[in-house]
Design a protein around this ligand. Structure first.
Ligand code: FES
Ligand code: FES
Length: 160
Protein backbone atom coordinates (compact mmCIF):
# COMPACT_ATOMS: atom_id res chain seq x y z
CA UNK A 1 0.00 0.00 0.00
CA UNK A 2 1.32 3.47 -0.87
CA UNK A 3 2.73 5.60 1.93
CA UNK A 4 4.05 9.13 2.21
CA UNK A 5 7.83 9.10 2.62
CA UNK A 6 9.35 12.38 3.82
CA UNK A 7 13.06 13.03 3.37
CA UNK A 8 15.53 15.69 2.29
CA UNK A 9 16.69 15.54 -1.31
CA UNK A 10 19.65 17.69 -2.32
CA UNK A 11 18.82 20.02 0.54
CA UNK A 12 15.10 20.34 -0.17
CA UNK A 13 12.33 18.82 1.95
CA UNK A 14 10.69 16.20 -0.29
CA UNK A 15 7.71 13.88 -0.03
CA UNK A 16 6.87 10.98 -2.30
CA UNK A 17 3.77 8.82 -2.11
CA UNK A 18 4.65 5.31 -3.17
CA UNK A 19 5.07 1.66 -2.27
CA UNK A 20 7.67 1.79 0.53
CA UNK A 21 9.42 -1.25 -0.89
CA UNK A 22 10.26 0.37 -4.23
CA UNK A 23 13.96 0.93 -4.88
CA UNK A 24 15.12 4.47 -4.23
CA UNK A 25 16.69 4.42 -7.71
CA UNK A 26 13.29 3.98 -9.37
CA UNK A 27 11.76 6.74 -7.29
CA UNK A 28 14.59 9.13 -8.12
CA UNK A 29 14.51 8.42 -11.83
CA UNK A 30 10.83 7.76 -12.52
CA UNK A 31 8.97 9.84 -9.92
CA UNK A 32 11.38 12.72 -9.36
CA UNK A 33 12.97 12.96 -12.82
CA UNK A 34 16.54 12.76 -11.49
CA UNK A 35 18.06 10.60 -14.18
CA UNK A 36 21.69 11.41 -13.35
CA UNK A 37 21.75 8.35 -11.08
CA UNK A 38 22.18 5.35 -13.33
CA UNK A 39 20.82 1.81 -13.43
CA UNK A 40 23.63 -0.64 -14.04
CA UNK A 41 23.18 -4.11 -12.61
CA UNK A 42 20.24 -3.63 -10.27
CA UNK A 43 21.89 -6.06 -7.87
CA UNK A 44 24.24 -3.97 -5.73
CA UNK A 45 27.27 -5.07 -7.74
CA UNK A 46 28.36 -2.10 -9.87
CA UNK A 47 27.86 1.19 -8.03
CA UNK A 48 26.35 3.05 -11.01
CA UNK A 49 23.36 3.90 -8.81
CA UNK A 50 25.41 5.32 -5.91
CA UNK A 51 23.87 8.20 -3.96
CA UNK A 52 24.76 9.62 -0.56
CA UNK A 53 22.70 9.19 2.57
CA UNK A 54 24.44 11.64 4.84
CA UNK A 55 28.05 11.09 3.82
CA UNK A 56 27.69 7.36 3.25
CA UNK A 57 27.40 5.79 -0.18
CA UNK A 58 24.23 3.80 -0.75
CA UNK A 59 23.40 1.65 -3.74
CA UNK A 60 20.01 3.11 -4.57
CA UNK A 61 19.00 0.05 -6.59
CA UNK A 62 19.06 -1.98 -3.36
CA UNK A 63 17.73 0.67 -1.00
CA UNK A 64 13.99 0.55 -0.39
CA UNK A 65 12.63 4.07 -0.39
CA UNK A 66 11.25 3.48 3.13
CA UNK A 67 14.87 3.34 4.38
CA UNK A 68 15.47 7.02 3.59
CA UNK A 69 12.54 8.38 5.59
CA UNK A 70 13.74 11.40 7.57
CA UNK A 71 17.23 11.25 6.07
CA UNK A 72 19.30 13.57 3.86
CA UNK A 73 19.84 12.11 0.38
CA UNK A 74 22.12 13.63 -2.24
CA UNK A 75 22.38 12.82 -5.92
CA UNK A 76 24.68 14.08 -8.65
CA UNK A 77 22.13 16.80 -9.47
CA UNK A 78 22.68 18.37 -6.05
CA UNK A 79 26.44 18.90 -6.24
CA UNK A 80 27.01 21.95 -8.43
CA UNK A 81 26.09 25.21 -6.71
CA UNK A 82 25.65 28.72 -8.07
CA UNK A 83 26.76 27.61 -11.52
CA UNK A 84 30.03 26.14 -10.20
CA UNK A 85 30.98 22.50 -10.32
CA UNK A 86 31.65 20.75 -7.03
CA UNK A 87 35.44 20.31 -6.54
CA UNK A 88 35.09 16.58 -7.15
CA UNK A 89 33.25 17.19 -10.43
CA UNK A 90 35.96 19.69 -11.41
CA UNK A 91 38.68 17.18 -10.56
CA UNK A 92 37.03 14.44 -12.67
CA UNK A 93 36.88 16.89 -15.56
CA UNK A 94 40.50 17.97 -15.22
CA UNK A 95 41.77 14.40 -14.93
CA UNK A 96 39.49 13.24 -17.77
CA UNK A 97 38.31 10.49 -15.44
CA UNK A 98 35.56 9.19 -17.69
CA UNK A 99 35.08 7.71 -21.13
CA UNK A 100 31.47 6.63 -21.74
CA UNK A 101 30.50 8.32 -18.47
CA UNK A 102 28.03 5.68 -17.35
CA UNK A 103 29.79 5.04 -14.04
CA UNK A 104 30.72 8.69 -13.46
CA UNK A 105 27.83 9.92 -11.34
CA UNK A 106 28.24 6.98 -8.99
CA UNK A 107 32.01 7.42 -8.87
CA UNK A 108 31.66 11.11 -8.07
CA UNK A 109 29.07 10.55 -5.32
CA UNK A 110 31.24 7.89 -3.71
CA UNK A 111 34.26 10.23 -3.90
CA UNK A 112 32.31 13.11 -2.36
CA UNK A 113 31.26 10.89 0.55
CA UNK A 114 34.82 9.67 1.04
CA UNK A 115 36.28 13.20 1.11
CA UNK A 116 33.63 14.37 3.57
CA UNK A 117 34.61 11.57 5.93
CA UNK A 118 38.36 11.89 5.31
CA UNK A 119 39.62 15.03 3.60
CA UNK A 120 43.05 13.59 2.71
CA UNK A 121 42.76 9.84 2.20
CA UNK A 122 45.84 7.82 1.32
CA UNK A 123 46.00 5.51 -1.69
CA UNK A 124 44.72 2.52 0.30
CA UNK A 125 41.86 4.58 1.70
CA UNK A 126 40.83 5.71 -1.79
CA UNK A 127 40.96 2.17 -3.13
CA UNK A 128 38.94 0.82 -0.21
CA UNK A 129 36.29 3.53 -0.46
CA UNK A 130 35.93 3.23 -4.23
CA UNK A 131 35.73 -0.54 -4.10
CA UNK A 132 32.28 -1.52 -5.30
CA UNK A 133 32.12 1.17 -7.99
CA UNK A 134 32.98 -0.46 -11.30
CA UNK A 135 34.07 1.22 -14.53
CA UNK A 136 33.51 -0.84 -17.64
CA UNK A 137 35.86 1.48 -19.52
CA UNK A 138 38.60 0.69 -16.97
CA UNK A 139 39.38 4.31 -16.20
CA UNK A 140 40.51 3.43 -12.71
CA UNK A 141 43.87 5.21 -12.67
CA UNK A 142 42.32 8.49 -13.90
CA UNK A 143 39.50 8.11 -11.38
CA UNK A 144 42.01 7.60 -8.56
CA UNK A 145 43.97 10.65 -9.77
CA UNK A 146 40.75 12.67 -9.78
CA UNK A 147 40.00 11.75 -6.17
CA UNK A 148 43.56 12.77 -5.24
CA UNK A 149 43.17 16.05 -7.12
CA UNK A 150 39.87 16.75 -5.36
CA UNK A 151 41.53 16.07 -2.00
CA UNK A 152 44.29 18.54 -2.94
CA UNK A 153 41.68 21.14 -3.97
CA UNK A 154 40.02 20.60 -0.56
CA UNK A 155 43.31 21.28 1.24
CA UNK A 156 43.93 24.42 -0.84
CA UNK A 157 40.43 25.65 0.06
CA UNK A 158 41.06 24.91 3.73
CA UNK A 159 44.33 26.89 3.66
CA UNK A 160 42.63 30.01 2.23
S1 FES B 1 22.73 -0.56 -10.39
FE1 FES B 1 22.95 -0.46 -8.25
S2 FES B 1 24.83 -1.43 -7.82
FE2 FES B 1 24.55 -1.71 -9.97
S1 FES C 1 33.64 5.70 -18.00
FE1 FES C 1 32.54 4.10 -19.00
S2 FES C 1 31.91 2.84 -17.36
FE2 FES C 1 33.29 4.21 -16.44
Amino acid sequence: MAQDIHFTLNGDPTTVRTDPGRPLLDVLREDLGLTGTKYGCGEGQCGACSVLIGSERAFSCRTPVSAIAGKPVRTIEGLAAKGELHPVQQAFLEEQAFQCGYCTAGMIMTSVGLLERDSSPDEAGITAAMNGNLCRCCGYSEIRDAVKRAAALNSEEARR
